[in-house]
Design a protein around this ligand. Sequence first.
Ligand SMILES: Cc1cc2nc3c(=O)[nH]c(=O)nc-3n(C[C@H](O)[C@H](O)[C@H](O)COP(=O)(O)OP(=O)(O)OC[C@H]3O[C@@H](n4cnc5c(N)ncnc54)[C@H](O)[C@@H]3O)c2cc1C
Length: 386
Amino acid sequence: MTLERSLPDRAEVVIIGGGVMGASAAFHLAEAGVTDVVLLEADQLSCGSTSKSAGGVRLQFSDEINIALALRSMDAFERFGDRPGADIGLRQVGYLFLLTDPDDVTLFEQNTALQNSMGVPSRMVSAAEAGRLSTLANVDDVLAASVCMRDGHATPDAVVLGYATAARAMGVEILTRCPVTGIDVDAGEITGVRTERGTVSTSTVICVAGAWSPSIASMVGVSLPVQPVARPIWFTEPMPSRPEHLPMTIDFATGFYFHSEGPGLLFGMADPDQPAGFDAPMRHDWLEVVGDVVAHRAPALLEVGIAGGWHGFYETTPDHNALIGEAAAVSRFIYATGFSGHGFLLGPAVGEVLRDLVLGHTPAVDVSGFDVERFARETRPERNIV
Ligand SMILES: Cc1cc2nc3c(=O)[nH]c(=O)nc-3n(C[C@H](O)[C@H](O)[C@H](O)COP(=O)(O)OP(=O)(O)OC[C@H]3O[C@@H](n4cnc5c(N)ncnc54)[C@H](O)[C@@H]3O)c2cc1C
């Protein structure tokens, strides 16, 4: 017997997607008194990219919108135990970017200056200091590194559960196994959301369906340039020789990264030639390529076996910056997607922004530069991507 909640006939706001963005939006709306909200998730909460994430949280970006959103999110992660009230396994062990290309050193020097001007305690360090901070890393060919000790990692599922539990307690309806199949629009106004379990009347939709957002947007005739790109992660067996303090360590040139996870390590590296698409095949011998990078950058990892791994989808945009805004042609179709590998860490602040867009308030962070129309105006690439 399954006890499934029934779909309400109507709601003030319908949120589509139960990842970190959906759960955060639900929480922030409910906290602001907007509790006539239904969150619809096709499968289970956090089953999309959020649960596949490496859980990294950082302030080190090149785009000031990302820095501002990341700062607000970090504040929220640090206080998550009080609001909404959950242990999210936050470990502020730092993020260390190892740089081997002189152009990257120049870029990170500029980024660090911008971050510092906005209150981020990041700094450039020598290769020797980088080696002392991350003792598993070989820094022989490292020119310099950038570090911020307020960065670190947390548990994505715990963040979703924390927000969703609090939102539910305040009256938000959360329906899982309830895929959205269509959105009704009349003269540019949303009138309802169709699902496999019926239709809910509403005038406001928040599209936070991650890599699946383009299919939701196409239901209202809106084009969101987001592509799913598969990314692998592995975790190791227990590593007795693992240092007690280990920052999230990133070899910026290759994208290889690792951090502590349980008694072992979590590591990942993306294939730069991975084609986009949910069904696009992944290179079967990619782990061998990763092994060569590991042998050079963090040879101690080769001493432990791989216990498992998975892959998830980056929801990638052409400039690796998010899409956040309200559709120009469809009133109150509000979207937040395309986080291109840094969506988990922006979840708290983007939930606040979505609340403000629903309420017609000016968000604390001006995200107008992230609207989907920007591609006709400018490109604003985020350069500090992993
Ligand atoms: C391997 C990997 C490592 C990553 N590492 C990091 C990291 O260290 N730090 C970081 O900040 N970010 C990281 N990310 C990115 C991060 O995971 C995402 O940006 C973020 O989780 C996006 O959250 P979301 O809520 O927008 O989307 P999702 O978590 O994908 O949620 C979208 C939800 O929408 C649902 N949905 C889809 N279609 C429908 C429908 N028709 N009806 C109803 N529901 C629907 C899906 O089932 C899904 O649950 C990583 C991603 C991957 C894949």
